[in-house]
Write a protein that binds this ligand. Structure first.
Ligand SMILES: [Zn+2]
Length: 240
């Protein structure tokens, strides 16, 4: 039996659309952009320990010791990645009444498999499942929308324009609307989300609201502060 979906908020005050990306971790309709988590130090350490392991005699005591060190490095990487995703998803679930994201089950089928894409989509999946669960816990409406064409479509007029990955700006030939590529996608995700819950486009179109200036936030800051905002947050809000 299907679970009853939660009632859509009558008049959701704080709504956000999040474009989860490859180059940036996330870009939302409030102009917050969150960078990817920099784990290069941890990865370097892992590679170093792996190289050491390859030089040890298989089955020796030293080999065993080194094998444990490699396992610790793997665990450290996993822990840091998860910690980041927990904090980011907590932030969205607590800060908003409605959170719209792309449905990755549909998106996954549309995209050709390649290694980097798979890694990115594994992280997306983890993020989205954490986000969905936390939204439920906080009473926040979680909407997963059809991802088809969210990047090509103009958030202002709806006209689709082809846009290869390296084109980072959206510039609409039909209406002249200009925005960051991911900001434009985030707006499309939000309006689809509002449509899905029956709230309609309302007056929240990018042109009328005037796109907020993007606020880039490093992933490190999310990890340290527990949220991508610069606002002071209570200790209870950041602990999980
Ligand atoms: Zn347009």
């Amino acid at each position: 039996m299907d679970r009853e979906p939660p009632e859509p908020p009558e008049n959701p005050e704080k709504c956000v659309g999040i474009d989860v990306g490859i180059l940036k971790y996330a870009h939302d309709t409030d102009g917050t952009t969150v960078g990817s988590l920099d784990l290069s130090d941890e990865r370097e350490r892992l590679e170093r320990e792996q190289r050491k392991l390859s030089r040890k005699q298989h089955g020796s005591n030293n080999y065993e010791k080194q094998r444990r060190r490699v396992a610790e490095c793997h665990a450290d990487l996993r822990r840091k990645r998860r910690d980041f995703l927990h904090k980011l998803s907590n932030y969205y679930a607590r800060e908003y009444d409605l959170v719209a994201v792309e449905d990755l089950n549909v998106k996954g089928m549309m995209e050709s498999p390649s290694n980097s894409r798979n890694t990115a989509s594994a992280a997306w999946r983890t993020f989205l499942s954490l986000l969905e669960y936390k939204c439920e816990r906080e009473g926040t409406h979680f909407v997963a929308v059809n991802p088809r064409g969210t990047t090509k479509e103009c958030a202002s007029c709806g006209v689709s324009t082809e846009k290869p990955l390296w084109v980072r700006e959206h510039s609409c030939p039909a209406c002249g609307f200009e925005a960051d590529r991911d900001a434009n996608a985030a707006w499309n995700i939000l309006s689809r989300g509002l449509e899905d819950v029956g709230v309609g486009h309302s007056e929240r179109t990018p042109v009328e609201t005037a796109l907020p200036a993007d606020t880039p936030v490093s992933a490190k800051r999310v990890v340290e502060a527990g949220s991508p905002t610069l606002k002071e947050r209570t200790a209870s809000a950041v602990s999980e």
